[in-house]
Write a protein that binds this ligand. Sequence first.
Ligand code: G3I
Length: 479
Amino acid sequence: MLVTKGRRRLREGAAVALALALSLVTGGLAAAHAEEDAPLPAQEAAQAQQATLRELADQRGLRMGTAVGSQYLNQADYARTAATEFNSVTHENDLKWETVQPQRGQFNWTNADRIVDFAQQNDQMIHGHTLVWHSQLPSWVRDGSFSEDQLLDVMDTHISTTVGRYRDDIATWDVVNEPIGDDARFRDSVFHRTLGEDFIAEAFRMADRADPDARLFINDYNIDGINAKSDAYYELVRDLLAQGVPIDGIGFQGHLIAGQVPSSIQQNIQRFVDLGLEVMITELDIRIQMPATQQKLEQQARDYEQVVNACYAVEGCSGVIVWGVTDAYSWVPDTFEGQGAALPIDGNYQPKPSYWSIHEALGGDPGPGPGPDPDPTDPPSGECEAEYTVTNQWQGGFQAQVTVTAGADLTGWTVEWAFGGGERVSHAWNASVTSSGGSVTATDAGYNGTLSAGQSTSFGFVGTSSGSVSEPELTCAGS
Ligand code: G3I
């Protein structure tokens, strides 16, 4: 049984304070090996010194979550990996209506509580999934014949009981899941049949009454890029906001296929953020046609990097949740015949190339996998050098990356430049950036300040531009 210990829930940013404590916890994937008596092979020893994804995300105040199943938490490797690599958990199935209230008025919290307790023991955030969904509904709801008032009463009981129970524990909820089909029209369900599209606004009002502090999301798949379905969501949430419905965010589930990540994902995140919503990538996996080859895994790594970078480039995209701890626990092979290997950690708890591409996107090292290695034999002649690359451009804005390479052993660095064409930095990562007009000073973010001669690190930013985007002259000073 859950013991409520005051308001323990963590919000983005609060997790940062955990980084130090976590570094005392076992060292991520390599921990499974580090606990054995035998000396570590070189590659594993190198991994043991790497920060975990959780530590990197905590340092940046971002969510890096996973979906978990209560039935697996008694497996030591599973529990350790879920706790050390992720700062957020989502109930993959254990909070769904059919599990929580299988018969009318009979609530069963056993499995849901196990995950809440696990998250609290490990100081993790919880993203609540899900309250109103056409699927995994008990038959008494799915096939029920209700008047409007009766169904509103059924919804209110379910939502107020569930959200009320976890008021102190769960800070964000998928209130309504998948209400629109791939045809961009409202999906048939008992909710839509009985109440029309108003069931969505009603569900959000009910959740808000049950916990006015919770952040409330609508959530769906195939809305990651700009397309007819995400356009329908754009219209829907704009209407909900105009009606004063308490909706705070939208979840892009991100069930994707390797090599087919929509190129408009960042632009799509940005347009929902511009409406005033928080965006979260809530169920990310990127599936591969089996068998997985090195080439396919490298494509998948680039895909993960693209999604993670798209989120982290937009202030207002609060993070990413992957849909399972390892490939062994993914829903993909059960649903898509011949496809799998969709997650960043394989079934033997080994990091895949996509683990390392996320690691790098979060400001860590690219790991032992593919990726440009610094050339330690050829350091620059001064304290450091900085190279500026514009990586993306659009009307009124751009994204750039700066790579700092140390010429001597450094404990910190500062890069300065002046924009020539009216550009301005609006949101940076992996560096602390201050601007005065077009003059910019970027200093290391602490965790990436220490570089040995020849070693490199990168930071990036999104900027605004009023005309052309130039590549300015940089100066780099080390300490
Ligand atoms: O609990 C029964 C178990 O008793 C039985 O022995 C077993 C036999 O197959 O089935 C078990 O139920 C399965 C359940 O997961 C729990 O493991 C169901 O068959 C299976 O269909 C169900 O799949 C889940 C699916 O939602 C249902 O729609 C997946 O695990 C879960 O990952 C998936 O998650 C959804 C999100 O909630 C919403 N977005 C899409 C995402 C992927 O489909």
